[in-house]
Design a protein. Sequence first.
Length: 246
Amino acid sequence: MNRKLYIHELITINGHNRARYMHHMTANWCPVGRRERHMNCFGVWATVGSTGAWPQVVNLWELNGWKGLAANFEHELVGHGAQDPSLAEWWSVASELRSGGFDRIVAPERWSPTIDELTKAGTKGAVYAHEIVRAPIGGARAFLDALAETGRPAVEDLGLQCVGAFRVMMATDSEAIVIWAIPDLDTWATFERAWDRGALAQWRHRLIALGTDVQRTLMVDAPLSPMRIGRQPAVEDRLPLSEIGP
């Protein structure tokens, strides 16, 4: 049973800095986050621009429940600018690479795996489908129940794997986040074709009946994202940002 809590981030990148930003997050931030805040990196991904906003990065951080999130904020909010002063240099570099973002606090479904479970199992995708699901107020619970009952089995029969299913907190129970690992682009194409008259037609009708709006974006792992390398990024992975291409 997954009792973690997560910070889900959509980050807007400045210019050609996406590769540098992803390295800055994974190699430069992750070791600090684990040491000081008991925060694991679940994933860092680059979105495929043709399927959504660009240039954009998705970050997902795993914490030990609400107490872990509160402890994280105790680190975060101690500086004059509501930023951890020990990370002043890190923030300065990050601000040159990104122009802003939008965060959500999300809680996993009980069956949704932790990042340790995924890396121990060797789970990974060549690409990932990232879904932001908007439901009528109070409808996120019904969507997630339907996902477990109908959607997940139907999608996984096509070769995908649900690596994350989350309810968005601090809101009116009207949003969810779902992430699917996809082994190759041919499987992704089959998955997308199946929505109209194929294997996912029943699931699509169920989503419409629930009044849900699904916005799906394709994305790929950062080079040091945990599911790609099978572990958490470490200090030894650090490279000068000047050596990281755009």
